[in-house]
Design a binder for this molecule. Structure first.
Ligand SMILES: NC(=O)c1ccc[n+]([C@@H]2O[C@H](COP(=O)([O-])OP(=O)(O)OC[C@H]3O[C@@H](n4cnc5c(N)ncnc54)[C@H](O)[C@@H]3O)[C@@H](O)[C@H]2O)c1
Length: 303
């Protein structure tokens, strides 16, 4: 996640200081990953300059203190563990300027659980990306009860300036917005597969060949708005009772177990052997960029 963020900042012209407690992680994984992503962005026409020039803006720092001392913006991306995040933020806050924005990539932990104790907690918040932020623009910004409103708007402006699409989560909630939507759908998918209504492959097809082509251009509320000559209210007037019934019937509490997880894994591994995952990740990333290219107005395609 840190490497993907580094690409997102550097390709927009910013100098980046990358730090990881494991230097092997930096040299064996993060930097090669950044290089591959930049090559992919370049081939897809998303880079205005050569890969080498963008890569040259990413420096490896020797410590958290070195990484953050001169920074205007810090993006923490250590593993999803509240104790580690608390410690890392104590150290970042001790060395960063008091007006530097301190953001966390956490997927689902409320910022209040690990940002309230630092010095100047008003400068800290969550900026939750979608993997990988080098290719997917959405970021969820979520303040804690200590974050200043000005820091939220500075973060929003900065992320917009580098070509991301920030959405502000107005109140702290477990899992923010995207993962609540994603895992609600996945929970019902587990129920449907677990109770024999369809296969795991069918679920993937329903998304890729059914819902996603629509959702890639307009969201589910806009889909409903366009599906009725009376707009969203017309849609709800006709299909509202069905929407409610199915929503209430969905088994988001379905008690799926490891046997079901193993069955789904086996079906997936037949199509995509685990050893082939890196190759399929590359294909997935190229497809994400191809889809973004079709959607974007020409003048925005360079980011
Ligand atoms: N992977 C995803 O799909 C995804 C999506 C959105 C958000 N996130 C969030 O981003 C964060 C990072 O996720 P990831 O998948 O990149 O995790 P990861 O485990 O792959 O990487 C975490 C990195 O942090 C380093 N690290 C651990 N402790 C450290 C410390 N004290 N100081 C400096 N570096 C330290 C590790 O060496 C490792 O390289 C998590 O909070 C995760 O929830 C992940």
């Amino acid at each position: 996640m840190g490497a993907a963020w580094a690409v997102a900042f550097a390709r927009a012209g910013h100098a980046v200081a990358l730090f990881d407690s494991s230097s092997e992680q930096i040299h064996k994984h993060a930097l090669p990953h950044a290089h591959r992503t930049l090559d992919l962005l370049s081939r897809a026409g998303f880079l205005e300059e050569g890969t080498g020039r963008v890569l040259a803006r990413i420096d490896v720092a020797g410590s958290i203190a070195d990484a953050v001392a001169e920074a205007d913006y810090v993006q923490e991306s250590v593993r999803e563990d509240v104790a580690i995040k608390r410690d890392v933020f104590s150290e970042i806050a001790a060395h960063a300027r008091p007006d530097t924005v301190l953001a966390s990539s956490t997927s689902a932990i409320r910022g209040s659980e690990f940002l309230g104790h630092i010095s100047h907690p008003e400068r800290a918040l969550v900026a939750h990306p979608v993997n990988p932020p080098s290719l997917i623009p959405l970021v969820e910004i979520c303040a804690t009860n200590r974050t200043h409103a000005d820091v939220v708007s500075r973060t929003k402006d900065f992320l917009t300036e580098i070509g991301m699409t920030p959405v502000v989560v107005r109140k702290e909630i477990d899992g923010f917005l995207l993962n609540r939507l994603q895992y609600t759908l996945v929970a019902e998918a587990l129920h449907l597969v677990g109770e024999g209504y369809c296969s795991a492959e069918d679920i993937d097809l329903i998304i890729t060949d059914g819902l996603a082509p629509r959702w890639a251009s307009i969201g589910p509320f806009a889909v409903a708005h366009l599906n009725s000559s009376g707009g969203f209210l017309g849609f709800v007037d006709q299909l509202g009772p069905m929407m409610k019934r199915i929503g209430q019937d969905a088994r988001t509490d379905y008690p799926w177990d490891m046997d079901l997880a193993r069955t789904i894994h086996a079906a997936l591994a037949e199509r995509i052997p685990v050893s082939d995952i890196p190759e399929h990740q590359d294909r997935r990333d190229a497809q994400i960029l191809a889809a973004r290219k079709i959607r974007r107005p020409a003048k925005l395609q360079q980011r």
